[in-house]
Design a protein around this ligand. Structure first.
Ligand code: FES
Ligand SMILES: [Fe+2]
Length: 334
């Protein structure tokens, strides 16, 4: 494969701007500490006793120990395993054993952190700019407990987040890759700054009728939020009153690997006509199907090239419009 000046198959920088998942909220209990490696750098993720998830650069400014190995959480601080300097949630060193004062420059860099949809996100900007937007809040209070799945894939190669989220507007891949009926636009695309919403209808296989102003098949409302997250809501006639939600976030580890985080769960409308048994049947099937379907796209990504000027046909979705919108998340580099 031909490599670009970034030493990747893509003609843009491997580390876009935005919020990116670094873990699942439910896997990090108060007091837990995890070493991380994202954006070609080392970090540590921990949860304080009060429940705050914190990500800082990994290496202690004292003598360089990694804060993700053999360290521990004490209250709202993390304690370095080497000489037990303590850092608070703002990255400031607040205690040096046997010393009366703390060197004022003793600080570790803190990555802005947020939790949404059962995932922990960090803000990344190549040039270190503060977050330019917050992640939106969705009403997910009607979540069906215990259903769905969450999974981290490290087997999808070095797919750039832009390439992965292009899937949502790639109408022509649905029938072949996902064995669905034909996909068509279901209303207009809404782009609002860092948000790109594209409503799609998946027609029943073999359907030949009109495609606009009809209520047939499933609806898929996917939204890409900044450079690192996509959230998808879908409804299908076989499960009235149930919304299937996916969060997918793609986080570059370095230019040779991306982590693909996916969380599937379900929301139930108040007037959902299904019985508990029917709902359980549907969510169990959807979970199995969803786990498998990640590989349907995932098996393509490691080996595909990035075609800058694709040969698009009438069956293709608004791929160029999407790429144009995504440009804002590519950092400027000389
Ligand atoms: S290296 Fe962290 S306290 Fe010394
Ligand atoms: Fe797909």
């Amino acid at each position: 494969m031909r490599l670009s000046r970034f030493n990747t198959r893509y003609p843009f920088h491997p580390y876009p701007t935005g919020w990116f998942a670094v873990g699942f909220a439910g896997d990090l209990k108060p007091g837990d500490v995890r070493p991380l490696r994202y954006f070609g750098a080392d970090q540590v993720l921990f949860r304080t006793q009060a429940g705050v998830a914190v990500v800082t650069d990994a290496h202690c400014p004292h003598l360089g120990a990694h804060l993700g190995y053999d360290s521990w959480v004490d209250g709202e601080t993390i304690v370095c395993p080497f000489h037990q300097w303590r850092y608070d949630t703002g990255g400031k060193c607040v205690h040096v054993p046997f010393a009366k004062s703390v060197p004022p420059q003793a600080k570790v860099r803190v990555w802005p952190t947020a939790e949404r949809g059962g995932m922990i996100f960090i803000w990344h900007d190549l040039h270190g700019a503060e977050p330019q937007y917050d992640l939106p809040d969705y009403d997910e209070s009607r979540m069906i407990p215990g259903a769905g799945f969450r999974k981290l894939h490290d087997d999808f190669g070095a797919a750039h987040p832009q390439d992965v989220f292009e899937n949502g507007v790639d109408f022509a891949h649905f029938p072949g890759v996902h064995s669905t009926g034909r996909a068509v636009a279901n209303g207009t695309i809404r782009t609002e700054g860092h948000r790109f919403a594209s409503p799609v209808r998946i027609l029943p296989a073999g359907y030949e009728g009109p495609v606009t102003g009809v209520d047939v098949g499933s609806t898929v409302d996917s939204e890409v939020i900044g450079g690192g997250l996509s959230r998808v809501e879908s409804r299908t006639p076989s499960a009235p009153g149930i919304v299937t939600v996916y969060y997918v976030s793609v986080t570059p580890v370095d230019e040779t690997l991306s982590h693909y985080f996916v969380h599937q769960f379900f929301l139930k409308d108040d007037d959902c006509p299904m019985t508990d048994a029917q709902i359980e049947h549907f969510t169990t099937l959807s979970r199995e199907h969803g786990l498998k379907e990640q590989h349907s796209d995932g098996k393509i990504w490691p080996y595909k090239a990035y075609v800058e000027k694709p040969l698009l046909s009438a069956a293709d979705g608004p791929i160029l419009k999407y790429r144009d919108w995504y440009k804002q998340f590519h950092p400027e580099v000389a």
